[in-house]
Design a protein around this ligand. Structure first.
Ligand SMILES: NC(=O)c1ccc[n+]([C@@H]2O[C@H](COP(=O)([O-])OP(=O)(O)OC[C@H]3O[C@@H](n4cnc5c(N)ncnc54)[C@H](OP(=O)(O)O)[C@@H]3O)[C@@H](O)[C@H]2O)c1
Length: 250
């Protein structure tokens, strides 16, 4: 494990103001990491950083100039958690090219941008963790760009793993099904979901795995029945639709 001179590992978390990114920041800070959160919008990012005890920098993870300039302020990166992303887009027949581009850019271009900016600061013992989605394996109708971007992320991460193993750098993918965060609130039906803390604990645990072990991917899904199952999440959009249907019935 690579550490700073005082033994502290430096973790950068993209999407640091989001549900999963902030939970990762909190978990890692709690484990003694020096944490840097990144996102584009300052108020939410500053609040998240204050809340978890992290530093932050503003950067668009899909822009080489924006992200490159921001990360240049660091002297090393020991753990890069890429959790920035968007659940935008719709059915192929309804989608504009711009919607497609926005989703691909935020979710897939960003993989390349983040890696290319971070690699010069990473050495043996460092690690990338990509936060993907079950849509990478089970594409979602109505989420064509999102599904393609996450399948692309997984392929990119595996190719990267085969490129940087010779440098002693590890690459892991965490692939959750639904996670209870703001991103889920636009989904029009209720579902079982894991929590952002479940994902964060997995990310932090991955960084304890021996560098000699190749662990390509961990998939996380909520248990849907039996005593361990949590209550299903009812997203805001599902509540809105139920209210509309009720009004139409009256
Ligand atoms: N929630 C789920 O059900 C779920 C399930 C599976 C996988 N995931 C994946 O987990 C990741 C995090 O999701 P979440 O639920 O935490 O989402 P979230 O709460 O909506 O947060 C998204 C984060 O990404 C940042 N972001 C978006 N585009 C960005 C860009 N171009 N550059 C930099 N930052 C950007 C946002 O901040 P700014 O907008 O300020 O930049 C925010 O911090 C995503 O990749 C998502 O696909 C989520």
């Amino acid at each position: 494990m690579l550490n700073g001179t005082d033994g502290t590992r430096l973790a950068v978390v993209t999407g640091g103001s989001g549900g999963i990114g902030k939970a990762c920041g909190r978990e890692l800070a709690g484990r003694g990491y020096d944490v840097v959160l990144t996102a584009r919008r300052e108020p939410a990012l500053r609040a998240a950083a204050d809340e978890v005890g992290a530093r932050y920098f503003l950067a668009d993870a899909s822009s080489p100039s924006s992200f490159g300039a921001a990360i240049a302020a660091l002297d090393r990166v020991d753990l890069m958690v890429h959790a920035a992303g968007t659940l935008d887009g719709t059915y192929a027949r309804k989608q504009t090219f711009q919607q497609w581009r926005n989703t691909m850019s935020a979710n897939l271009d960003s993989c390349f941008v983040v890696v290319q900016a971070a690699l010069p600061l990473m050495s043996a013992g460092s690690r990338f963790v990509f936060v993907s989605s079950s849509a990478a394996h089970e594409p979602m109708p109505g989420r064509t760009a999102y599904s393609a971007s996450k399948a692309g992320m997984n392929a990119f991460a595996r190719a990267l793993a085969l490129e940087v193993d010779r440098d002693g750098i590890n690459v892991n993918i965490v692939t959750p099904g639904p996670v209870e965060t703001d991103m889920l609130q636009d989904v029009p039906f209720e579902m079982h979901a894991v929590t952002a803390e479940d994902v964060a604990q997995t990310v932090a645990w991955l960084d304890t795995v021996q560098a000699s072990v190749d662990l390509p991917e961990i998939r996380l899904n909520a248990i849907t029945r039996g005593p361990a199952a949590r209550e299903p999440v009812v997203p805001l959009e599902a509540r809105r639709r139920a209210r509309r249907e009720e009004t139409e019935r009256l």
